[in-house]
Ligand binder design. Structure first.
Ligand SMILES: C[S@@+](CC[C@H](N)C(=O)[O-])C[C@H]1O[C@@H](n2cnc3c(N)ncnc32)[C@H](O)[C@@H]1O
Length: 425
C-alpha cells in the first residue's frame, strides 16, 4: 500500500492492526473520527489522523523489506486438503519441509506425486486417516478446509459440536498432532458466515483443544504479496497455549503486479508464459465478448445485447462486474475460479477473445512454469483455481518460520547451560 491522503475503514484497520469494528467504536468515542471523502463521499480517515498512531510508521517502515527469514533449524509441516500444492510449494520456498500431505482428489494427488516424488502424499478422505503418529514430528499443521456451517447457539462450542464437518477433521488432526502452530485457510466469506457464528465456533473449538487464535483473524489480499490477482484469503492462525510467543502476519509489499507481469517476461517471471492448452468460449459467448474492450464488462455492450446476455440479472441491480469481463494488461486479474468460462466470472484474455490457458492460469496464481498439473484440462483448471497463490503462501511461510525461530530461541534460553567440564562430544 502506498502512502496516500485518505484511507478506507478496512485499509486503516489493516494498517493499525485493528478490527474495523474497533475503528467504528473509536469513531463513536471520538478517538479516531472518520470524515467523508470529498469525491466518493465514503467514510475515510485522513493520513494526519492515522500518523498519530505508532503502528502507522512501523507499518510503512516494514513494507518492502520483505518477510524473508531463514529457518534456524529444520521445520516440518503436515498439509491437509493439499489440492495441487499451492500452499505446500509456498511453504517449501520459505524453507519448511513437507512431512506429509493429505488430499482426497486423485488428480490433485497425482499432480503432487509427479512434481515431488519425495513428498509423502496420503490419498484418502481425511475422515479415514489417523495422524497420531506425527505427534512430535510436525511443527505446523496447515489446511484449507472447505467451509461448512455447524450449529452454534451462542454457547461455547467443543470439538464434538462440529462433528461431521471438515473443520472438525482439521481440529481433530491438530489435536492428534499438537504442533506449535496451526494455520487454517479459507474464503473471506467465513468472516461473516452465519453472522460470524461459524468463525466464533471455530475459535471456541480451538480454545477447547488447547490453542489460542491470533486476533483479529485477518483476510490477506494476494495483490499485496507479489500476486497479480485480486484474490483474498482468510488466514486463521492458532498457537498452542503453552507457547507465549506472538505470531505476526506477513507484512504487505507496496508493489502491485498486473496481468502483464504475470504473462510477460519481467519482474515476476524470467520469460513469457509458455504455450499450453485451454478452454474456449462457445460461439455465442465469443460473439458477445468480442464487443467488450480490455478492462470492460457487460455494461460496455449495446443495451439490447446487455439485456439478452444478462437475462434476469439485468433487472436485478448490483454491479456484477465479473460478468462478460475482459481483463486489461495494466491491472491485476480478478479472482480466478475453478472453471474459466462460467457466466458470472468470465475473465477474458485482453487481446484474444478466449479464457486464459492453463499455463496463464497457473502464472496468475504464481505457480512456477515447471509445476505440472495432472488430469483433463478442466481438472487442471480446478486444481489451479482452488489453490492458495504460491507467492502469498511463501510470505505466510516466512511468517511461520519467524514464529518458529522465536520458539526455538526461547527454548534454547530456558535449557540449563552446560558447565565447561560437562561438555559432550
Ligand atoms: C481449497 S482446496 C485446497 C487448495 C490447496 N491448499 C492449495 O493451495 O493448492 C481444498 C481441497 O480439499 C480437498 N478435500 C475436500 N474434502 C476432502 C476430504 N474429505 N478429505 C481430504 N481432502 C478433501 C479437495 O479435494 C480440495 O483439493
Amino acid at each position: 500500500m502506498v502512502i496516500k491522503d485518505y484511507y478506507s475503514v478496512s485499509e486503516a484497520a489493516e494498517i493499525l492492526g485493528k478490527n474495523p469494528e474497533t475503528l467504528r467504536r473509536w469513531d463513536n468515542d471520538g478517538k479516531l473520527e472518520a470524515v467523508r471523502e470529498p469525491i466518493s463521499n465514503y467514510r475515510v480517515y485522513k493520513k494526519e489522523q492515522l500518523e498519530m498512531f505508532p503502528e502507522f510508521k512501523s507499518y510503512f517502515n516494514k513494507i518492502d523489506k520483505g518477510n524473508f527469514e531463514a529457518p534456524l533449524k529444520n521445520y516440518h509441516v503436515l498439509e491437509l486438503f493439499a489440492g495441487a500444492g499451492g500452499l505446500a510449494i509456498g511453504l517449501e520456498q520459505a524453507g519448511i519441509n513437507c512431512t506429509a500431505l493429505n488430499e482426497i482428489d486423485k488428480w490433485a494427488c497425482k499432480t503432487l506425486r509427479t512434481n515431488r516424488p519425495q513428498w509423502h502424499v496420503i490419498e484418502n478422505d481425511i475422515k479415514e486417516v489417523n495422524f497420531s503418529k506425527y505427534k512430535g514430528h510436525v511443527d505446523v499443521v496447515t489446511g484449507g478446509f472447505p467451509c461448512q456451517a455447524f450449529s452454534y447457539a451462542g454457547k461455547k462450542l467443543g470439538l464434538e459440536d462440529a462433528r461431521g464437518t471438515l473443520f472438525y477433521e482439521f481440529a481433530r488432526v491438530v489435536q492428534e498432532t499438537m504442533p506449535q502452530i496451526c494455520i487454517g485457510e479459507n474464503v473471506r466469506g467465513l468472516l461473516n458466515h452465519d453472522g460470524g457464528k461459524t468463525l466464533k465456533g471455530m475459535i471456541s473449538i480451538l480454545d477447547e483443544i488447547g490453542y489460542n487464535v491470533v486476533s483479529p483473524v485477518r483476510v490477506l489480499k494476494a495483490i499485496n504479496y507479489n500476486v497479480p490477482q485480486k484474490r483474498e484469503r482468510l488466514i486463521l492462525v492458532a498457537v498452542r497455549k503453552d507457547i507465549h510467543i506472538e505470531y505476526q502476519y506477513p507484512k504487505p509489499f507496496s508493489e502491485i503486479y498486473t496481468l502483464k507481469d504475470a504473462l510477460k517476461k519481467g519482474a515476476l517471471f524470467p520469460t513469457n508464459v509458455p504455450k499450453s492448452g485451454g478452454a474456449k468460449y462457445p460461439n455465442h459467448k465469443k460473439a458477445v465478448l468480442d464487443l467488450v474492450p480490455p478492462k470492460g464488462y457487460w455494461r460496455d455492450l449495446p443495451i439490447d445485447i446487455q439485456k439478452e446476455y444478462m437475462q434476469k440479472s439485468f433487472y436485478l441491480g448490483g454491479g456484477k462486474t465479473g460478468m462478460a469481463r475482459r481483463i486489461g494488461w495494466d491491472e491485476p486479474c480478478l479472482t480466478l475460479t475453478c472453471s474459466p468460462a462460467q457466466k458470472q466470472t468470465e475473465r477474458c484474455h485482453p487481446d484474444e477473445t478466449r479464457p486464459f490457458t492453463v499455463r496463464e492460469y497457473a502464472r496468475i496464481q504464481t505457480f512456477p512454469d515447471d509445476w505440472i498439473f495432472e488430469g483433463s484440462i478442466s481438472q487442471q483448471y480446478k486444481q489451479i483455481g482452488n489453490a492458495v497463490p504460491v507467492n502469498l503462501a511463501k510470505e505466510i511461510g516466512f511468517s511461520i518460520v519467524s514464529f518458529l525461530n522465536k520458539c526455538y530461541v526461547a527454548e534454547l534460553e530456558t535449557q540449563p547451560k552446560l558447565k565447561d567440564n560437562e561438555l559432550v562430544n
